[in-house]
Design a protein around this ligand. Structure first.
Ligand SMILES: CC(C)(COP(=O)(O)OP(=O)(O)OC[C@H]1O[C@@H](n2cnc3c(N)ncnc32)[C@H](O)[C@@H]1OP(=O)(O)O)[C@@H](O)C(=O)NCCC(=O)NCCS
Length: 205
């Protein structure tokens, strides 16, 4: 069975926040943080972009609750030139790590018609910068083999595969083979360069 259909769970980690890539937004696009009414935008974006899970209002409630004051600090929205909300991502604590040092990149998505235009990179940088501002020292993200563009985005952003077992290694070998075959995998030197790009204070928000 292919990687997309299997959609195996992957964990990736960024051991620190050094060198968060500085990725300018295309002209006219802007980032802002959660405000009243944004839950509807979150649902619309994920309903369009999410390939595997059914997106319902219960998903938003389950994942984020209704502490909107909290969301105003950690849930990011991307707007196009006309003010249409086209992407979102959340800087969330990693609950499984009680010392608070780990933050989590959570529910990142761009509307399908806006994907592949360089919008995911600045959105991810904003989320990583916000995790650092919140006092986290490192980040993790859970993704899956059915989301190769996302996996590649995270790799290019300094996230590394979390390989704990031989089975993890075998899956990651297949992921890298698929990315190589797609011609979209950057060589390790380029990945390293991406990690060395300077951190932008404040991320322009
Ligand atoms: C992941 C996602 C947010 C990326 O958004 P995007 O706007 O398409 O991303 P960008 O155009 O900024 O591309 C960023 C990087 O993603 C990777 N990428 C994008 N499309 C890709 C593709 N078709 N194949 C492989 N890599 C791809 C590349 O690394 C690219 O960087 P590069 O162009 O310098 O090589 C978007 O694909 C999405 O919403 N997917 C559905 C929801 C989802 O699965 N989210 C992830 C949850 S863990």
């Amino acid at each position: 069975m292919d990687l997309f259909r299997q959609n195996l769970r992957l964990e990736m980690v960024r051991p620190d926040f050094r060198g968060i890539p500085e990725c300018p937004l295309p002209p006219g696009f802007s980032l802002r943080w959660f405000q009243s009414g944004d839950a509807a935008h979150w649902l619309r974006i994920h309903h369009d972009a999410e390939p595997f899970h059914e997106i319902t209002p219960e998903v938003f409630n389950r994942e984020f609750g209704c502490d909107f004051e909290r969301l105003s600090h950690c849930q990011c929205y991307l707007q196009d030139v006309a003010g249409r909300v086209v992407g979102t991502g959340t800087a969330w604590p990693a609950g499984q790590c009680p010392d608070g040092s780990w933050g989590r990149v959570f529910w990142l998505a761009i509307l399908r018609s806006y994907q592949g235009k360089g919008l995911g990179k600045p959105l991810l940088s904003a989320v990583c910068n916000r995790l650092q501002e919140q006092g986290h020292q490192r980040a993790l993200v859970f993704t899956s083999t059915g989301r190769l563009p996302a996996v590649n985005l995270y790799l290019n952003h300094g996230f590394q595969p979390q390989i704990k077992t031989e089975s993890d290694r075998a899956v990651w070998d297949r992921v890298f083979a698929a990315l190589r075959e797609s011609g979209r995998l950057r060589e390790p030197a380029a990945l390293l360069d991406a990690c060395r790009e300077p951190t932008r204070a404040g991320a322009g928000m």
